[in-house]
Design a protein around this ligand. Structure first.
Ligand SMILES: C[S@@+](CC[C@H](N)C(=O)[O-])C[C@H]1O[C@@H](n2cnc3c(N)ncnc32)[C@H](O)[C@@H]1O
Length: 294
């Protein structure tokens, strides 16, 4: 058994300071030199880990992968809204996200505390603000300090932290909404994945919601793995799940989009061609016997 670390070594030390996600500390964290995977395993305050080496290796790999992606023009092209196929997928996801969030929070997000895992430049905050979320009630965490810095300058009233989602410096049962968009499929270590799931369950209030958007298949990307519904159910056995299968396979959408949006629309009606799940998971209002997660 080993221990895993607070998000940035030395900054967030558990216990009484676990909830002090002060903006000053966050900015300092973002400005620090990027720690290696190993640096995340030096702090003695985080949850127990059974595979310390595996977790450290995966965090090191994730840092490398996302550092490369940040400067990749191919990635920029793939995620450009100038491609109508990608824009179609993005808009469809937004619409269904709004539908699910309003189901969970019929009054909007005005008084909701929200946390986004793998927040990158803070795009998710913009979506949530449209439903009334106040930036001061928003926390975002991302492994990459440059992304956190960009998010902090775009949304100076929100709270962003450079760190790993498996060690959140937040109190138990302190947020009503956690979101993750395409973070979990990036994680290849089963132990790191288990730790992130345990953290989501720990910080969510009873009756709180976890909005999940991720792929169930991603055969062209060896740095990611799809996560199917059976696995998601195993991760959160006691949570209620409201599932939507969405997103026309991105390479297909990008290929067909510039030629015929009508064809994109038709292809999107074929379920097997939709590669992602958008899922609203709801934590039981009463603690279930044992943990909410595996
Ligand atoms: C595929 S991107 C998605 C970004 C954003 N959620 C979106 O939908 O546009 C995954 C993000 O997760 C971050 N990430 C990867 N591993 C992480 C970890 N262990 N903890 C926190 N963030 C992580 C990456 O740096 C990257 O910004």
């Amino acid at each position: 058994m080993g221990v895993v670390p607070a998000a940035i070594p030395g900054d967030f030390s558990g216990g009484q300071t676990r909830n002090r996600w002060a903006k000053a500390s966050i900015c300092n964290a973002a400005q620090q030199a990027a720690p290696t995977g190993d640096a995340y395993l030096t702090n003695e305050t985080g949850p127990d880990v059974t595979d310390v080496d595996g977790v450290a290796r995966d965090i090191g790999r994730l840092r490398r992968v996302y550092a490369e992606r940040s400067v990749s023009s191919a990635v920029r092209r793939k995620t450009s809204l100038l491609n109508p196929g990608h824009a179609y997928n993005t808009e469809q996801r937004r619409l269904i996200e709004v539908e699910l969030l309003l189901k969970a929070f019929p009054q909007g997000l005005r008084d909701v505390m929200a946390l986004d895992l793998g927040c990158a430049g803070g795009g998710q905050l913009r979506e949530l603000m449209a439903l009334g979320l106040k930036p001061d009630n928003f926390w975002g965490i991302d492994l990459m300090p440059d992304r956190v810095e960009a998010a902090t300058s775009a949304f100076p009233d929100a709270h962003f932290l450079a760190g790993s989602a498996h060690a959140l410096p937040m109190e138990d049962a302190s947020v009503e909404l956690v979101t993750q968009f395409m973070l979990m499929s990036s994680i290849l270590s089963p132990e790191l994945s288990r730790l992130v799931v345990a953290e989501v369950d720990r910080v969510l209030k009873p009756g709180g919601h976890f909005l999940w958007y991720d792929c169930w298949t991603n055969p062209l990307n060896t740095e990611a793995k799809g996560i199917g519904l059976r696995t998601l159910r195993r991760m959160f056995p006691h949570y209620r799940m409201d599932v939507r299968k969405i997103t026309l396979a991105p390479p297909l959408a990008r290929l067909v989009g510039p030629k015929s949006m009508q064809l994109v629309h038709l292809l999107n009606r074929i379920p097997i061609l939709r590669t992602h799940y958008l899922v609203l998971l709801t934590k039981p209002a009463q603690a279930a016997a044992g943990s909410g997660t595996t």
